[in-house]
Each structure stands twice: as structure tokens, then as C-alpha cells.
Design a binder for this molecule. Structure first.
Ligand code: AMP
Ligand code: MG
Length: 355
């Protein structure tokens, strides 16, 4: 069991972003820390300090980005260093970050025998328990959980793309009604910020009421057929179910830090507040801050993913999961991209401004 200890830079940064979190959340929660086995990009030898060999594999290495090699410094001392090797795009930000992470955790001043104990002590100082030190190959995130969300909404080809309905000026107006988009798929993946594994899924379809009949265009785009939304709960009922799920998952506990993650700002800046305003429903506070994955990606990789998930998957050499514009599949792609960036040392921060 990992022990909670203050995070290395806890509390620093912008107040709404917070610092790196201690883990598990305090007061201690019963968390499933039995997960320790081989996982995505992880096998004995992957940055697992006691098992490092020469040259060692690493998750980043497996992406063709860098590998860790034992090198000799000027005085002949043996130490470990990350070397950029692959052709994959890897921003200077991530490389320097990886060097920093590896530097603080892996570089041994001299001599191999000391290596494990030094590493373990340094990791403990960074908020890792000893058992976690050998298992988690990337630095701690600022959140205990990431809540990956991707709405699908009613749409039609000749209508204005919902991304154009930005701002609140038209919300609740006849314009909004005429072009009303209604949420029809509401998926959330709960991603553990320590392992970046999916721990729980919320997934419901929603009955549209303004335009209850889905257009052929909408079905073709999203893969959602009429039978999948007919008889489903209303948005109000689904929001109540979300709240129950959040409570069940411990996400309403003030000691548990979580944040929504979306691909773009549309879901939580335009779609949900717009429809809630139209229906006279309150928007829960937890929906009022989020991470825009496109912004995070562009910060990490140094280029804007114009085509969203497709570009991000391509830039990270990832296979696209499932069907584009299926809400639940889009969420899985977001989670996979996040995991990949986290394994490369990227620390996610809130990108939305406080409401
Ligand atoms: P996405 O998250 O990119 O799958 O898109 C969310 C919603 O935006 C979809 O459910 C549609 O309502 C709308 N949308 C996305 N792409 C288009 C498009 N090319 N034309 C019209 N509406 C779209
Ligand atoms: Mg989608």
C-alpha cells in the first residue's frame, strides 16, 4: 500500500490548478491498490528500478522515443541516462521533462550497488510509497482522477455546426431552439491519475425532446440509431444519475481531486450549459472546470491537433480505437492519448478559466 506523503510541489502553481497530489487521497480511502501487474507499456524492466538492465526498455522507449542506457561520465562513474532515439515526434518540453524525471529518480552519483536504495529514498520524497516506486513509471499528476467525457448531440448536415454556437448570447433564444442540439450520448470514464488506467465507466444515452427524431446524418455520423435513444431518460434524469455515480465513486469527497477532460471546449463550455439553461436546470460545479485535451496536447507536442483525436493519435503513433464520433469510443481515445502523454512525463493541468 502506498503511503500518503506531501507532494513535492503541493499547493504551488495557479490556485485553481493545485499542486501534485498526495496519494492515496487523505483521509485514507480504500483504494484498489492490488493493481500492480503488467499493464499497458509496462513489463519487468520498464523503468522498474530494481529490474533495469542495459539498455533498458521503457514505455517511452517502446514508443520509439527514447531509451535508458547506462553511460560513463567524465570521471568514469556509471549512471543511467535517457537518450532520444526514435523518429516519433517528441517535443523538447517532454524530453527535458523526461530527463528531469529520470534525472531525479534514476541518476546514480556513482556505483551500482547504491542505486536501488537511493532511488527508493528519492521517490519516497516525491510522494511515492516504496511499492509504487517500482511500479509507476511516470511522475504524479495533480489529480487523483481524470473524468474523461465526450458528448454526442443531435445534428443535421445543413445546420450550423454546434462549435459555432459559442458564447451565451444565443442560449435560450429562438436561435438556440431552431438549431437546438441535444445531448444524446453521455459517457464518462474515470481514469486513475496514478496509473492512468480506466477504473469505472458511466455511459447512458439520452432521449432528445426538442427534436426527438434523429436525422440520418446524425445516425451516420455518431452510429446512434433511433432505438438507442427512444425511451431513454431525459437529460435531467441522466444528470441525477451522474451525480449518484460521482457520489458512489467517491468523487464528491472534498479530499479527492478530480477534473473533467474533453477534446475541445465545446462539451462543457457550450453544449451542457446551453442545454441546461434552455431546460432551466442547474449545472453542477464539477462541470465548471476541465482540461481541454487539444490544449494539453499542443503544449506537450508543440503543434495544434486541427483534426482532434485523429491528429493526436497520429502524432503519438496510436491506433484509433473504435468508431469516430461515438461518444464512448472518443472517450477511450482521449484516455489512451492521456496515458501516453503521462507516460512520457506530461503533467495535466486545468485549461478552462474559473467560471
Ligand atoms: P464529436 O465529439 O467530435 O464526436 O462531436 C460532438 C457532436 O458534434 C456530434 O455528436 C455532432 O452533434 C456534432 N458534430 C461533430 N462533427 C460534425 C459534423 N461534421 N457535422 C455536423 N455536426 C457535427
Ligand atoms: Mg464525440
Amino acid at each position: 500500500m502506498a503511503t500518503a506523503s506531501p507532494a513535492a510541489d503541493g499547493g504551488r502553481g495557479r490556485p485553481w490548478e493545485g499542486g501534485l497530489v498526495s496519494w492515496p487521497p487523505a483521509p485514507p480511502l480504500t483504494l484498489p491498490w492490488t493493481w500492480m501487474g503488467p499493464s499497458w507499456g509496462q513489463h519487468p524492466g520498464h523503468w522498474g528500478f530494481p529490474a533495469l538492465t542495459e539498455p533498458s526498455a521503457s514505455p517511452a522507449g517502446s514508443l520509439g522515443i527514447f531509451e535508458v542506457r547506462r553511460v560513463l561520465d567524465a570521471s568514469g562513474c556509471s549512471m543511467l541516462a535517457p537518450l532520444q532515439t526514435g523518429a516519433a515526434r517528441f517535443s523538447s518540453y517532454l524530453l527535458s521533462r523526461a530527463r528531469k524525471v529520470l534525472g531525479s529518480h534514476l541518476f546514480s552519483p556513482c556505483g551500482v550497488p547504491e542505486f536501488c536504495s537511493i532511488s527508493t529514498r528519492k521517490l519516497a520524497a516525491h510522494g511515492f510509497g516504496a511499492s509504487m516506486a517500482a511500479m509507476v513509471p511516470f511522475p504524479p499528476q495533480r489529480y487523483h482522477y481524470f473524468l474523461v467525457l465526450d458528448f454526442e448531440a443531435t445534428c443535421d448536415k445543413p445546420q450550423i455546426h454546434p462549435q459555432l454556437l459559442i458564447g451565451s448570447s444565443c442560449l435560450g433564444s429562438r436561435t438556440w431552439f431552431r438549431h437546438a442540439r441535444e445531448i444524446i450520448e453521455f459517457p464518462i470514464l474515470k481514469l486513475n491519475g496514478r496509473t492512468m488506467e480506466i477504473e469505472s465507466t458511466f455511459h447512458m444515452y439520452v432521449q432528445p425532446v426538442v427534436h426527438p427524431q434523429l436525422t440520418p446524418f446524425c445516425t451516420e455520423l455518431t452510429g446512434i440509431i433511433q432505438a438507442m435513444v427512444d425511451g431513454q431518460p431525459s437529460l435531467q434524469q441522466v444528470l441525477e444519475r451522474v451525480d449518484e455515480w460521482m457520489a458512489k465513486e467517491g468523487l464528491l469527497d472534498p479530499n479527492v481531486k478530480s477534473i473533467f477532460v474533453t477534446c475541445g471546449d465545446w462539451d462543457l463550455k457550450v453544449m451542457l450549459p446551453g442545454q441546461c439553461q434552455y431546460l432551466g436546470l442547474p449545472v453542477a460545479d464539477y462541470f465548471k472546470q476541465w482540461i481541454n485535451l487539444k490544449k494539453a496536447y499542443s503544449f506537450a507536442m508543440g503543434c495544434w491537433p486541427k483534426n482532434g483525436l485523429l491528429d493526436m493519435n497520429k502524432g503519438l503513433s496510436l491506433q484509433h480505437i473504435g468508431r469516430p464520433h461515438s461518444g464512448i469510443d472518443d472517450c477511450k481515445n482521449i484516455a489512451n492519448i492521456m496515458k501516453t502523454l503521462a507516460y512520457q512525463g506530461f503533467i495535466f493541468k486545468q485549461t478552462s478559466k474559473p467560471f
